[in-house]
Design a protein around this ligand. Structure first.
Ligand SMILES: Cc1cc2nc3c(=O)[nH]c(=O)nc-3n(C[C@H](O)[C@H](O)[C@H](O)COP(=O)(O)OP(=O)(O)OC[C@H]3O[C@@H](n4cnc5c(N)ncnc54)[C@H](O)[C@@H]3O)c2cc1C
Length: 375
């Protein structure tokens, strides 16, 4: 059995950012990332809205608020340094009626408490100046919200990790974890179909949709720990280029309390595509089909503020699945990022429920995890 210094389970943006951070911070230490798919970033990290969030909505003092704010700055800096395609495109949260307008005040306060200093409340004429084709009586303007090429980010993080000496092992699926006298024996299925072990003092579980299972492998009682994951799907519908060009910025409805996501909004990608979404509903299994029957939900969600859209403009596109810690009907939960020493698992770090804003936060999460580790 090979012995290494740290094993990272999961090669999404979070695992890759952690691998790059650990290998950079602790030169000469053996950092190995195990990823079950043939390439990194094939699950949630490549199925998002690709928005660099400003950090407006999250509960004050939460990890989501803190890591999103820090992560946004780190991510812009990383993108500039390493030529990852991105654009500080800006976002409008639009109110279509007085009730919604009243909620914008609360959003401004929440955003400012979270350290988002650049928000502005715009009246109808200023919204029109920014977005002539969008109907709204007022809006919150967030100039520091941006978009990023998530595939470019994944590739660059993998490159940085490898440059610092980390080993990235794709087609390596973790199947079990056994606690040893010091550290852990991580059992995996390799690309040749045989099983083997890696011994490591430090194990970081950032397996996204598979994180609950990895925690259970380590012997954690998932229900008692509150680590049960619920899969919450988000679908997108695209609109034609000609209509997409009529909107310049990201445009969101105000978030409602009972909403599982941020509401069906306009997302723009760097290749010029415009999509609507994602919606949010719980599913029992991982499939990425988009239900064309959901077109009405999408059209109804946006038609008041995008009056130039016709129902037939919408075409099913991609989908992603959020690993949520909140059960259906329960209040929103924060990220769980926990060194499990108190559960008798020193050296074992769980990252569970890393839903949005996980992409924005990945570099800040990596810094936080690296601070927990002594190599
Ligand atoms: C619809 C949607 C929209 C979103 N929009 C945004 C957005 O605009 N902005 C934002 O900041 N965030 C957004 N997010 C959230 C963001 O995409 C995630 O928080 C982030 O990608 C999580 O990255 P990750 O590395 O934790 O997970 P993943 O990308 O899922 O990576 C986990 C990896 O672990 C691997 N794995 C699992 N089990 C095992 C195993 N047993 N052995 C080995 N490997 C294993 C998987 O194959 C996977 O590659 C969105 C998410 C969704 C679903």
């Amino acid at each position: 059995m090979q012995t290494v210094d740290s094993v990272i389970i999961g090669g999404g943006v979070v695992g890759l950012a952690i691998a790059a951070e650990l290998a950079g911070r602790f030169p000469g230490r053996a950092v190995v990332l195990l990823e079950r798919n043939a390439a990194c970033g094939q699950e949630t990290s490549s199925r998002s809205s690709e928005v660099i969030h400003a950090g407006i909505y999250y509960a004050g003092g939460s990890l989501k608020a803190r890591l999103c704010g820090q992560g946004k700055e780190l991510l812009y800096e990383f993108c500039r340094r390493w030529d990852v395609p991105h654009r500080r495109i800006g976002k409008l949260i639009v109110a279509k009626n007085p009730d919604e307008a009243a909620t914008l005040e609360g959003l401004m306060t929440c955003g400012r408490l979270n350290g988002v200093e650049d928000l502005e409340l715009l009246d109808r004429s200023r919204v029109k100046a920014l977005e002539p084709r969008v109907e709204a009586i007022s809006a919150v303007w967030s100039p520091s919200t941006g978009i990023i090429d998530s595939h470019g980010l994944t590739a660059r993080l993998a490159w940085c990790a490898a440059e610092h000496g980390a080993t990235i092992a794709c087609r390596h699926e973790v199947l079990g974890i056994e606690k040893a006298a010091s550290g852990y024996d991580v059992r995996f299925l390799g690309p040749d179909g045989t099983q083997d072990f890696l011994h490591s003092c430090w194990v970081v579980n950032c397996a996204g949709l598979g994180a609950e299972r990895i925690a259970a492998y380590a012997g954690i009682d998932i229900a008692a720990a509150g680590y049960r994951l619920y899969f919450c799907k988000g679908e997108y519908f695209r609109i034609p280029l000609s209509k997409g060009r009529l909107v310049e910025h990201l445009v969101y409805p105000p978030p409602y309390k009972d909403l599982l996501g941020l509401g069906i909004h306009v997302t723009k990608s760097l290749d010029g595509m415009t999509k609507l979404g994602p919606n949010a509903f719980y599913v029992d299994r991982l499939d990425y089909d988009v239900d064309a029957g959901h077109i009405e939900e999408f059209f109804t969600g946006v038609k008041d503020y995008l009056p130039f859209l016709a129902r037939d403009d919408l075409q099913p596109d991609t989908s992603g699945i959020r690993p949520k810690l909140q059960a259906p009907g329960m209040p929103s939960r924060d990220f769980t990022i926990c060194h499990e020493a108190d559960r008798g698992l020193p050296g074992f770090i769980n990252l569970i429920g890393i839903e949005s804003p996980g992409l924005t936060s990945c570099l800040a999460i990596a810094g936080m995890v690296a601070d927990m580790i002594e190599l």
